[in-house]
Design a protein around this ligand. Structure first.
Ligand code: HEC
Length: 103
């Protein structure tokens, strides 16, 4: 479903040019927070810049599944193929808090 939506956005961009609503919609989802920067640096490579996954699973709704504490544990310890300890304590907390809001 996410892939379809992406394809739709992409098509909308091509067919309606630069001033399309799709761009505005995209900007709305980009709320800059303390957790976003370290995420982009250390996590986006596997989970995607938009959290919808890649080498790692889609975590765009991970807050509905795990709370901040559980996410922090995953960041610290890693999980399966995911390496732990990628971030400092401070950044780990900020990213966990940020992801816990993704529902
Ligand atoms: C090398 C690729 C890789 C990197 C880098 C990576 N992850 Fe992951 N991540 C994974 C994989 C693979 C899984 C699935 C693990 C499993 O369930 O076996 C995962 C699982 C997760 C989960 C649990 C998802 C769920 O549905 O329960 C969270 C949360 C998560 N990662 C957050 C992060 C954060 C935050 C970072 C940056 C600090 C990060 N990941 C960096 C590959 C990665």
């Amino acid at each position: 479903m996410k892939k379809l939506w992406t394809a739709f956005l992409f098509t909308a961009l091509i067919t309606s040019g630069c001033s399309s609503d799709a761009v505005k919609e995209d900007d709305k989802n980009k709320v800059v927070s303390a957790g976003e920067k370290p995420y982009n640096r250390s996590c986006a490579g596997c989970h995607g810049a938009d959290l919808t996954g890649g080498a790692g699973p889609d975590i765009s709704k991970v807050g509905g599944k795990s709370n901040e504490k559980e996410i922090l544990k995953i960041i610290k310890d890693g999980k399966g193929m995911m390496p732990g300890d990628l971030l400092s304590d401070k950044d780990s907390k900020a990213v966990a808090k940020w992801l816990a809001d993704k529902k």
